[in-house]
Every structure is written in structure tokens, then in C-alpha cells.
Design a protein around this ligand. Structure first.
Ligand code: HEC
Length: 144
């Protein structure tokens, strides 16, 4: 082997060593059924996508950070009593508030692929906000 080749191999070995996976979950994490992971203010990729799709599809009515607006309810409150299935049914099928003079409509997202494919992620993001473990604003994500 010529010297540059040896150096290259060494570099490759070192690079590999840097990627040796560290066990990410402890036994207590494994039994924890939360739909999100928040560590040091950083979120797992699913929750991060949920944040992005929330901003893209829901925020214009439900306000920044899920906190509601004069038009649509605060979803961090809603998820304190609504379970995942109820929330997702509402998003898929929509809802119309027929009791108010001004008609407020939650559109049906059942044919919106971005939303349907990311329902779990949007739920995870809103649940983390609702549980008070994730602050306002754009979160950073943990390494995928
Ligand atoms: C065009 C405005 C609009 C958009 C966009 C919108 N919503 Fe809504 N949403 C509403 C309104 C208005 C209500 C309240 C309807 C009612 O009172 O019956 C509502 C209600 C809800 C509820 C039920 C809350 C409760 O406490 O009962 C959930 C859950 C919800 N929206 C989730 C979402 C999600 C997730 C998205 C994005 C994928 C989204 N919404 C996008 C307007 C909107």
C-alpha cells in the first residue's frame, strides 16, 4: 500500500467509527407511548414534519404554534380532551359549526395527500405543544 492509500483507509475507518450507532432508547423510553420525542428542545423527524405541515396547511386558520385565532380553535387546548382518532376524524372529514351566526368551517382534508400522509406527524406536533413539552416557534430536529 502506498502512503496516500493508507491515509485514505484510515480516514474511512475513522469516519465509520463516528457513525457507530449509539443506543438511543433506554428501557424507560421504550414503554413511553408518547407520539413524539423531545430532547433538549429538539424534536424527532416525524414531529418536525408535523410542525412544517401544520404551518403549511393549518396555521392560516388555527394560528401560529397551534394557539388558535379569532376564527378557529386553539388546538393545544383541543388535544387536552380530544384523542388522536377524534382529531384525525375531524381533519379528514371536516366540520361545520352550525350554531354560530357566522358560519365557521373546518375544511375536510381527506383528499389532501400532504395532510393525510402526515396526520400522525401533525398529531405528534400538536400533542407535544398541548402537553407543554415543546415551546413556541420553529423547533430544531434531532438527527434522523
Ligand atoms: C379554513 C380554515 C381552517 C383550516 C385551514 C384548518 N382548520 Fe381546523 N378548524 C377550523 C374551524 C373554523 C374549526 C371549528 C369548527 C367548528 O367549530 O365546528 C376547526 C376545528 C378543528 C378541530 C377540532 C377542534 C375542537 O376543539 O373541536 C381540529 C382538531 C382541527 N380543526 C384541526 C386542523 C388541522 C390539523 C388542520 C390542518 C391540517 C386544520 N384544522 C386546518 C378551521 C380551519
Amino acid at each position: 500500500m502506498k502512503l496516500p492509500t493508507i491515509l485514505l483507509s484510515l480516514a474511512a475507518l475513522t469516519a465509520c467509527a463516528a457513525f457507530v450507532p449509539v443506543p438511543a432508547m433506554s428501557a424507560t423510553d421504550a414503554v413511553d407511548a408518547k407520539p413524539y420525542t423531545v430532547k433538549g428542545g429538539k424534536v424527532d423527524m416525524g414531529t418536525y414534519k408535523g410542525y412544517l405541515y401544520y404551518g403549511d396547511q393549518c396555521m392560516r386558520c388555527h394560528g401560529p404554534d397551534g394557539l388558535g385565532s379569532s376564527y378557529a380553535p386553539n388546538l393545544t387546548d383541543s388535544l387536552k380532551s380530544m384523542d388522536k382518532e377524534q382529531m384525525q376524524n375531524t381533519v379528514i372529514n371536516g366540520r361545520k359549526d352550525v350554531n354560530t351566526a357566522s358560519q365557521k368551517v373546518m375544511p375536510a382534508f381527506g383528499t389532501n395527500e400532504d395532510v393525510v400522509e402526515n396526520l400522525d406527524n401533525i398529531y405528534a406536533y400538536l400533542k407535544a405543544r398541548s402537553d407543554g413539552v415543546l415551546g413556541r416557534g420553529h423547533p430544531e430536529h434531532l438527527e434522523p
